[in-house]
Design a protein around this ligand. Structure first.
Ligand SMILES: [Zn+2]
Length: 257
């Protein structure tokens, strides 16, 4: 069985998903899905089928949130952040969402990109962030945290949980990506392995953790599920490994009490 000391693999009604101990200990309802569940557990928006809705419904039930309040996004690898006051009728274009409203289920779909769930349990504000390399270059995680601070979150009280994503073992990038990291002022050399014929293995999760740290989040309030989606392809969907594939659903909600 795969495990990570900061995360727990939950199994409920045949659905397997991870919870972050940091968030769970603060009673924040959330889940990082795997591909293991009923009917293949694919949640992708491109898969507009009854099966997808059934998967979402079953997963929401397993985690303990209301399927009807699921707020997915139309993710486009930019830095648009949406603050939700109510559950949108259709997915808005954004790569991060924030809410203070109990019940709304913020959701991010991934298959290698970095999913990040954030909560300030004391000030009752949460966020979900999708960061691929483009979002990382755009500093979307730090921008989301800063927006949360504007809305009343405290950097000392926020918890940041980084979910399953492609690891440096499998994530090879070329000059195109390196040039963008450079242009964004990211000290990229600290996050790559040795160059191999114009290719580098990049640690995207670690750059995101740095971006969170730079907004003032203490290291002990950040956790990372250190399982590579491409290495563990029986467990997770991986776009890099499979090409056309499904999507995992990473979600977080504030409870009403
Ligand atoms: Zn790997």
């Amino acid at each position: 069985m795969m495990s990570d000391k900061q995360y727990t693999l939950q199994t409920n009604n045949h659905i397997h998903y991870y919870t972050s101990d940091l968030l769970a200990n603060s009673k924040i309802v959330h889940g990082f899905s795997t591909r293991q569940g009923n009917h293949g557990n694919d949640f992708s928006l491109g898969n507009e089928t009854e099966l997808r809705d059934q998967n979402r419904h079953d997963y929401c039930n397993a985690v303990g949130v209301d399927f009807h309040n699921l707020a997915c996004l139309k993710q486009i690898h930019r830095d648009q952040i949406i603050v939700l006051e109510k559950t949108p009728e259709s997915p808005p274009i954004a790569d991060a969402s924030i809410t203070k409203q109990p019940g709304i289920v913020l959701a991010i779909q991934t298959a290698d990109c970095v999913p990040i769930l954030i909560a300030d349990p004391e000030n009752k504000i949460i966020a979900a962030v999708h960061a691929g390399w483009r979002g990382t270059v755009a500093n979307i995680l730090a921008k989301t945290l800063k927006k949360m601070f504007e809305l009343g979150a405290d950097p000392q009280k926020c918890l940041v949980a980084v979910g399953p994503c492609i690891g440096p073992c499998c994530y090879q990038v070329d000059n195109l990506v390196i040039d963008q990291l450079k242009a964004a002022g990211i000290p990229w050399q600290a996050y790559v392995g040795a160059e191999d014929h114009g290719h580098w293995n990049l640690n995207l999760a670690a750059i995101n953790i740095r971006q969170a740290r730079m907004t003032g989040i203490p290291q002990q309030r950040i956790s990372r599920l250190d399982l590579c989606t491409a290495c563990n392809n029986g467990h997770f969907f991986s776009y890099r490994r499979e090409g056309k594939t499904g999507r995992m659903l990473n979600m977080i909600a504030l409870s009403g009490d």
